[in-house]
Write a protein that binds this ligand. Structure first.
Ligand SMILES: [Cu+2]
Length: 163
């Protein structure tokens, strides 16, 4: 009887080990996060001098050329947020060059949708003399998806389907 129990325990242990390694395999084959590297040059600009915004989109080691990229730009504490769809330039880079006529502190969010994932880093930049910043509870750059921070999800879903 004892032998049977020992054999039974051994089989049980083996099957637990087997199922654990199965799970690990599954995790390895999950798609990698879409990464967005947002850069602003220069991030301390001057009035009427162009500022270049670049979002580099990658997934693992791959560059992503077919992402849907929307830049949202606004002056701190301004109600109006400008949104622009940005076309792929080269090497997974989505680029916008823009000049500003008003001094102040500004923000940009690059909304990136690719491979069924959404990533929307936010950054601050200034044009001339900084203005009063928005007091923000969150950090400069948020990775991943957070619905609370992102009330426009439905909007950009609707406006961008089918083009
Ligand atoms: Cu977004």
């Amino acid at each position: 009887m004892k032998k049977i129990i020992i054999i039974f325990m051994a089989v049980l242990c083996l099957s637990i080990v087997a199922s654990c390694s199965n799970q690990k395999e599954k995790a390895d084959t999950l798609p990698k996060m879409v990464k967005v590297d947002l850069s602003i040059k220069p991030d301390k600009g001057e009035v009427t001098q162009p500022i270049t915004f670049e979002a580099k989109v990658t997934q693992g080691k791959e560059i992503v050329k077919d992402a849907e990229v929307i830049f949202e730009i606004w002056r701190a504490n301004d109600e109006k947020h400008e949104k622009m769809e940005i076309k792929h330039a080269e090497n997974g880079i989505y680029r916008l060059e823009k000049t500003f006529s008003r001094e102040g502190t500004y923000y940009i969010i690059s909304h990136v949708t690719a491979r069924d994932m959404h990533n929307m880093p936010k950054k601050e930049f200034t044009v001339g003399k900084p203005s009063e910043p928005e007091d923000s509870k969150h950090k400069d750059s948020m990775d991943g998806m957070n619905m609370d921070e992102h009330q426009d999800q439905d909007n950009h879903d609707k406006s961008n389907k089918g083009n």
